[in-house]
Ligand binder design. Sequence first.
Ligand SMILES: NC(=O)c1ccc[n+]([C@@H]2O[C@H](COP(=O)([O-])OP(=O)(O)OC[C@H]3O[C@@H](n4cnc5c(N)ncnc54)[C@H](OP(=O)(O)O)[C@@H]3O)[C@@H](O)[C@H]2O)c1
Length: 326
Amino acid sequence: MSAGVDRVAVVTGASAGIGLATASELAGRFRVVLVCRDRDRGDAARRAILERVPRASLALHVADLSSLAATRVVADELASAYGSIDLLVNNAGAVFARRGLSEDGFERHFATNFLGHFALTLRLLAPLVRGDGARVVQLGSALHRIGRMPQGRLDFPLAYHLVPAYARSKLAILLATRALAERAARSPIGFCCFDPGLTRTQIESGAGPFQQWVGRWFHPWSRPAAEAGRDLVHVAVDTPFERVRGGYFVGRRRVRPARRAWQRDASEAFWRRAWGWLDAHERESATTWLGRPSSDAQDGRLDVDTTGDWAETMEGCGPRWSGSVR
Ligand SMILES: NC(=O)c1ccc[n+]([C@@H]2O[C@H](COP(=O)([O-])OP(=O)(O)OC[C@H]3O[C@@H](n4cnc5c(N)ncnc54)[C@H](OP(=O)(O)O)[C@@H]3O)[C@@H](O)[C@H]2O)c1
């Protein structure tokens, strides 16, 4: 992907950790749009980046992405401020020691890590289509491997623990990424997942004292956020589009995610369920800018999740790109 300050990169959760490192790494190469929950922390991030890259072109937008209403407002702000978007990094994330529901009634991990970003992405499809081979990078985690997506309630009504709740939100991200990537197989947008690996950030601050204590034991094996940010930018910007599209990356390596996260039946079932959480605008945007999975894929012949490289195998079989770039 060619870079340049006429290119726009949007990074959510850019006030700390991997998001701040990524925004800082992109600064000078893109016009970087920081999406932060708190204006003061966003301003502090902007100052920190400008100290490192004085010529950086930065903008700040504020939204709590656990709220669908706030996410919709910021998405519409971004869509009208930037005619085209070349990179969207869906990075914001959190952990919660205690069970809680978002204002829309979703479990907080699910709302913050997955659902807000899902709505944001669908609302930004039009500027992404106008981007130059735009990429959407979703932050995954190895914990998706232990995530479960039951048919029934997703809010842990009986027994709650941070780890399965976080894992479910990351599994949701992967399932949605596969469904999006498949629908975008003939579009100019490439969807992928990036797992930074164990990284020293502030994410542990949402955990309980015991979990934080356990987390500190792993610090010798974790890496600095700056390193994770460099790897993310390598995948998002410096890796050829066809290799990025539909990929799951751990650091710079494209690997095979858990079968249950990348299986077509599972991702399609999740897509149908997630459709019910969207508003009319997001549905219309998805219908306008994304294709349909091909009938070949529907009969299971393209269920190639065991190869880990299903997008390449989809070549020539996906929906025909028919959207016009307005
Ligand atoms: N650290 C790891 O080892 C690791 C491993 C795998 C995946 N990840 C993923 O990497 C991503 C970044 O995490 P991190 O480790 O860099 O954590 P972090 O240092 O805690 O940064 C998280 C960022 O997300 C923002 N955020 C949290 N809740 C938000 C909300 N409701 N609305 C908007 N922004 C919100 C935070 O804003 P505030 O500054 O206002 O809190 C902060 O900017 C997450 O998706 C995480 O799941 C991390």
